[in-house]
Write a new protein. Structure first.
Length: 421
């Protein structure tokens, strides 16, 4: 298989760097061939603060990912998240020059392009422009293309990032000798990997519980309606366990992952979990299963309260029917049951829905973002390939009208895809 038939995706997280490499089967199905996770350095609450340390972490992860491969793609798809992410609603209006004709895809794309020119505070950059609905002559429509009318209005959901955060990610990637093919908001990528079409249509909350933050996204009628960053993640639970037991963060993380659970009222105080206070294994301590669960419960209750508040504020409270939990924090035992009890919604843990080449492993929720990024990379590449084929078929038109190719290339530019930068 040729080198350009592979896509590598990188999830730069607070506690981990997750990477996957995939290809497309002869039947057009996306195939995950290898996955790898390593400890993340230089990242705080989703924000790259030390470019050199982050680049070293990415390089270490990719070296392990490509350990058994001779092919190393030099272009990668990357995710972005963190507390610097914000969003806003905006709209654009056009009075059509030919109201007697049907609205074209080009006219709709022009509305979206207008959004990239809206005024932003200094130091901010638009990541995504996501259409919400269109209004033709005062009548809301889900799809404007093909409708006749005089006035076209588009309502959009705009995701904004700190420009320095984007630049730091780009520098980290380039210091590894790589080119960043595209940049995507991580919860959108996670949603693409774990949500079914029915869930996106019916009204679902995706909650990606990471190390430094938790990313929340609302899908309704197959459209991203809201994205919110909650300043709480698995790292704060680890810190609480460390403080309670007077142990290292590494030991606290091990306790959480191996023995941690929610629903402390169903945990026994008679089950004692031993641990070592130091790495030399000289000073041993103990904690009951119930106490460990109580520490975790307190933070999870705070997270659930934040999720419930965000749902209420979104304006889609009545439309939401389920919650899908993913990310490393979603692996805590009994967490879906706790969320279901506190919210009254159906809750499940989201695993990446994709074919796996190596039958010796399964894709865990921690890999949801990187798998979603890889899937997006293929969609973007397919779109560009289709555009190039179209342009190759019109050399005469391009010469005759001077710049027609450039115009079409702009129409199909990745900025017009609401899921790409």
């Amino acid at each position: 298989m040729e080198q350009n038939s592979y896509v590598t995706a990188i999830d730069i997280g607070t506690t981990k760097i997750a990477t996957v490499i995939g290809s497309v089967t002869s039947r057009g199905r996306i195939l995950v061939e290898e996955q790898q996770c390593t400890f993340s350095r230089g990242v705080s609450r989703g924000l790259v603060v030390n470019v050199e340390d982050t680049a070293d972490s990415i390089r270490d992860c990719l070296d392990k990912l490509y350990e058994k491969r001779s092919v190393r793609p030099d272009r990668v798809v990357v995710g972005i998240a963190g507390r610097h992410i914000s969003s806003r609603q905006s709209s654009a209006k056009r009075i059509r020059k030919k109201p007697g004709t049907l609205i074209t895809e080009s006219e709709v794309n022009d509305l979206k392009q207008d959004m990239y020119n809206i005024a932003l505070p200094a130091g901010q950059k638009i990541l995504h422009v996501i259409p919400q609905e269109y209004v033709v002559d005062g009548m809301p429509v889900a799809k404007a293309v093909g409708c006749p009318g005089n006035e076209l209005v588009g309502n959009f959901y705009i995701v904004v990032s700190d420009a320095n955060a984007v630049e730091n990610i780009k520098m980290s990637i380039e210091r590894c000798g790589l080119t960043m093919d595209s940049l995507m908001l991580e919860p959108i990528a996670s949603a693409n990997a774990v949500l079914t079409g029915a869930e996106k249509e019916a009204g679902t909350v995706l909650l990606d519980i990471g190390g430094g933050t938790s990313d929340m996204l609302i899908y309704y009628k197959n459209i991203v309606r809201s994205t919110v960053v909650i300043a709480s993640g698995g790292q704060v639970i680890t810190s609480d366990i460390r403080d309670a037991c007077k142990i290292s963060l590494q030991m606290a993380e091990r306790l959480k992952c191996q023995y941690g659970a929610c629903f402390s009222e169903y945990c026994s105080g008679d089950i004692i979990i031993p641990y070592y206070r130091d790495t030399a294994a000289r000073d041993q301590g103990v904690i009951s299963q119930k106490l460990l669960a109580e520490i975790i419960d307190e933070r999870m209750e705070q997270l659930i309260d934040a999720v419930k508040y965000t749902i209420a504020e979104s304006g889609y409270e009545r439309e939401i029917s389920s919650i899908v939990l993913t990310g490393g924090g979603a692996q805590l035992r009994h967490l879906p049951q706790l969320f279901k009890l506190r919210t009254g919604l159906d809750v499940r843990v989201g695993y990446p829905i994709v074919q796996i080449d190596n039958k010796d492993y399964t894709l865990k929720p921690t890999m949801a973002t990187s798998v979603g990024l890889m899937m997006n990379g293929y969609q973007s590449r397919s779109s560009k390939a289709a555009t190039n084929k179209l342009l190759e078929k019109i050399p005469i038109i391009g010469k005759a009208f001077g710049g027609c190719k450039e115009l079409l290339a702009d129409i199909f530019d990745e900025k017009n895809d609401p899921h790409l930068m």
